[in-house]
Ligand binder design. Structure first.
Ligand code: GRF
Length: 203
């Protein structure tokens, strides 16, 4: 089998909800700030607004229902089938509220990125913004990292601070964090593309 060398890598974005990071990534691909092809959006939620965003941008999008599979492994095998159809080289998690299992982690080792709304290793978990706010941290931030089997612990690609001022409310802090995510994630994705000689998965 001859391996096909593509100049431009294909990637998929995994989502579960609002999709503001997906939107920022879509814009960055359009502006060629991310030099790769966003070939597929995968959602584990049927009514995710992110799916509507993908549709509007004419990006192939699929909902794969985790409830229709007996195990996480079966679910991820079905996802991988879809990724293979689109010859996906790497994966970007953008608000995908599901812990990845061995099958996906092995198939895309060092090729899955995630955005976390805090300065890892501080404030791991799902309520990171609130947790930093509640303990009156003066500085929190955004981290883009590789996904490994330990949750919110993979090697960091980019990180940037956000100050928490005395005037900040949880809402204003959330807005600042999201704004920074939308700037930092496309930057990190392009950094990843440029710095890695991704082995092409296509044959
Ligand atoms: C972001 O805050 C991200 O850091 C976290 O989930 C949120 C997703 O937001 N992992 P959106 O769906 O991209 O708007």
């Amino acid at each position: 089998m001859q391996s096909e060398k593509r100049k431009v890598k294909n990637f998929a974005v995994f989502v579960s909800g609002f999709g503001s990071n997906l939107q920022a990534i879509i814009e960055a691909v359009k502006k060629k700030q991310i030099k790769a092809n966003l070939a597929l959006v995968v959602s584990d939620k049927k009514d995710a607004l992110a799916l509507t965003r993908a549709k509007k941008a004419n990006i192939k999008n699929i909902f794969i229902d985790p409830k229709s599979f007996k195990t996480k492994d079966d679910y991820e095998a079905a996802i991988i089938d879809e990724l293979n159809k689109e010859k996906i080289d790497f994966i970007v998690l953008a608000g995908f509220m599901r812990i990845l299992g061995k099958r996906l982690l092995n198939a895309y080792e060092n090729k899955i990125l995630n955005v976390h709304p805090a300065l890892l290793p501080n404030f791991k978990g799902k309520t990171a913004i609130k947790d930093a706010f509640n303990v009156r941290e003066k500085v929190t931030g955004v981290t883009i990292h590789f996904v490994t089997k330990e949750i919110d612990s993979g090697p960091i690609i980019l990180q940037e601070d956000v100050n928490i001022g005395p005037e900040d409310t949880l809402k204003s802090l959330e807005a600042k964090i999201h704004k920074l995510e939308h700037k930092l994630y496309p930057k990190a994705i392009q950094l990843f593309i440029a710095s890695r000689d991704l082995s092409c998965r296509c044959t």
